[in-house]
Design a protein around this ligand. Structure first.
Ligand code: ASP
Length: 297
């Protein structure tokens, strides 16, 4: 007997809910995929591709520049409830990192990074693509202005100074434009999937990988549901947040309660958002504003 499907898509913890039309369009793409009889994974990836191609969001085209002002490196991952997982980290010059992550899922590996990931993408037919956008250039210009003008005295001590050949004052979790993307899906066969994609945070060194492509940190899926996290990647990873929230759902806690409990693990200084879908519920929560949308049969 066919069950009820559900889709949730977010545009990042700290993204303005005025951009909600982006996740809503991505939700529609996932719903169309499900109506064609495709799987939870195909639907989550369809949603992620729409978000990666929307240059207002920090994933795929529109990704943030690194602190050197020239490099764009992207992270993406997907996971299914039957424990299939594929991810790319610090991949350059591809249009849709989530599609490359899905190819990695078909290999014996879980995560490919950097040059190896880009070479793998070319071998699998993904052409060269420059993801830089005018918005990313403008964001970088503002970030540099902030770095030069502010002292960030109220930041946590380990964040204050940052050595990049020169000394930087480094605003850790002060990300007011934190718009990574993520999608979680339950299909009518009761399968779950999650897809994440990001251009990272506002202030980061080349080579940095956040939580988004890390199994159990930025995403998790299993028989009890699927979870995607967004926000301060280092803090999310320290707590293996997605697996923690998943385990609470697995012990019978409703999705929304589990996600709110997840937010409670952090002080308000740390930007965090979560979306989740379980057998009988779904939700999106953040301790910042967050553009997100959902659809349910
Ligand atoms: N979690 C992402 C990262 O740290 C950023 C975000 O969600 O906006 O790379």
């Amino acid at each position: 007997m066919a069950g009820r499907w559900a889709v949730v898509v977010h545009g990042g913890s700290g993204s303005s809910s005025a951009f909600k039309d982006g996740p809503a369009a991505a939700c529609n793409a996932a719903v169309e995929s499900l109506r064609r009889g495709e799987s939870a994974l195909e639907a989550a990836v369809a949603a992620a591709v729409v978000m990666e191609d929307d240059a207002r969001f920090n994933a795929g085209t529109g990704s943030n520049l690194r602190l050197d002002g020239v490099t764009i490196e992207m992270d993406a991952a997907a996971m299914t409830s039957d424990a299939r997982f594929g991810a790319v980290g610090c991949i350059r010059r591809v249009k849709n990192p989530i599609l490359v992550a899905c190819e990695v899922m078909k290999t014996p590996h879980l995560l490919l990074c950097g040059e190896g990931a880009a070479a793998f993408a070319r071998q699998h037919g993904f052409p060269d693509h420059d993801p830089i956008s005018d918005r990313a250039r403008e964001k970088y210009r503002l970030a540099r202005t902030n770095l030069n003008a502010r002292t960030f005295e109220n930041e946590r001590p380990e964040r204050r100074r940052f050595d990049l050949g020169e000394q930087w004052n480094f605003p850790g979790s002060q990300q007011d434009d934190c718009d990574t993307i993520g999608a979680v899906v339950r299909d009518e066969k009761g399968r779950f999937a999650v897809a994440n994609s990001t251009g990272g945070v506002t202030y980061m060194l080349p080579g940095r990988i956040g939580d988004s492509p890390l199994l159990g940190a930025g995403l998790y899926a299993g028989r009890s549901g699927a979870v995607a996290a967004t926000g301060d990647g280092e803090e999310i990873t320290r707590k293996l947040l997605s697996k923690q929230v998943y385990d609470w759902m697995g012990s019978g806690m409703p999705a929304e309660e589990a996600c709110r409990r997840g937010l409670d693990l952090f002080t308000n200084q740390v930007s965090v958002g979560l979306i989740a879908v379980s057998a009988d519920g779904f939700c999106g929560v953040s301790n910042r504003d967050m553009a997100w949308a959902s659809a349910e049969e």
